[in-house]
Design a binder for this molecule. Sequence first.
Ligand code: CUA
Length: 365
Amino acid sequence: MSATTVTRRRHRRRLLPRPWFLAVASLVLLAGCASDAPQDMLQPEGSFARTLDNLFNPIFWVAVLVFVVVEGLIVYAIVKWRYRGDADDGVADAGEMPAQLHGNTRLEIGWTILPALVLAGVAVFTVPVVFELNAEPAKGEALEVDVTGAQFWWGYEYPSQPDFGITDGIVTANELHIPAGQRVYLTLRSVDVIHSFWAPKLNGKRDVVPGRVHNWLLEADEPGVYSGQCAEFCGVSHANMRLKVVAHDATSWDAWVEDMQEEPVEPVSGLAAEGFELFQQRGCSGCHVVEGAYDEVAEDAPAAPDLTHLFSRDCFAGCIYDLNDRNELEAWLRDPQRKAGSKMVVGQLTEADIDALYAYLETLE
Ligand code: CUA
C-alpha cells in the first residue's frame, strides 16, 4: 500500500459524519416533534394564526429549496475539488492558489439579482399579511382589551363596551378571557422593560416596548384554553412570565362578564374578616387593588395584579402556579421570591397570618 492511498483513505473517512453526531442530531430534531404541544404555532386555532401559517408554509418550502441548492453546491464543491495530495488532477496542490473568480461580472450580477428576486417574490405574499394583521377593526367590531406587561406578569383591563356585555370595566391578570369566534383587539403597554405577548395558536408575537403603545389582534375559533408566554427576554423570571387565553362560548362569556362586574362582598366575621384586616396591616393593599375595599395603592408601589376576582382564575404569579392548589398560594405568601425576581415584598408572616389571608383571598371570586 503506497503512502498516497493511506492519505486518501483518511481524507475520505473524515467526510462522513461520526455516528455519535448523527445520533445527537436526530435527537435534537425529534425533540421538536410533539404531536399535541400546547404552544405549537404550526397548529393554528384562530383566523390570524392561520393567516400566518398560510404564509409560513410556502415560504418555508422556498427556504428549503434555497438551502438545498446552496448547501448542495457547497458540498459538491468540497467533495469534487478536495485536496488529494499533490497530483496532476486539475486541483490546486499544496501551496498553490486555486483559480479565482473575483471580478467575474456575470457571476457577481447573477448572485446579486437572484436572491433579490427570491426576496421580492416572498415580499409579494408577506406585505399584504403585515397589513392584514395590523389593521385596526372598526369600533364595536372587536373586543378591546388593554394589556400591561410587567416583570413578570400580564395585566388586562377591559373598558366598558356594551356590545360585549361590559358596562362597568373589568380588570384581571395573567388569564385573558375572550369570546370564541370573535376578534379581540389588544392595546399593549409595558411598565418596565421590553416584553413580548405571544399566544402561539392565536397569533404571532407582538413586542411591548416601554414608552410606546402597540396593538395586536387575537381570535380563537373554538372555546378552550390556549397557553402562551412572554417571548422577549425581560429579566431573571422571563421564563416564568406565562399567560393563558381562555376562550368562552356565548353563555359562559356572559356569565364571566357578569361575575367580573360584581364587587366581592367584604367578610364581616371569622378568619376571612381577620385576613381582610391583615391585607392592609401587612401592606398587601399598598400594591394590590381589591375593588370596593382597597382601591388606592401607594404612589411608589410596583405594578401588581388586581386581586378583585383572584379566585376566578386558575393560575397566579405569571400563570406559573396553580391557584386551585392551596399549598401553592400558601408557599407564595411564605416566600414570593420562590419566583426569582418577583417584585412582591412581604414581611415575615406567621402561619396564622397566612391562614387568615388565604381565607380572605378565597372570598375574592
Ligand atoms: Cu416579559 Cu420576558
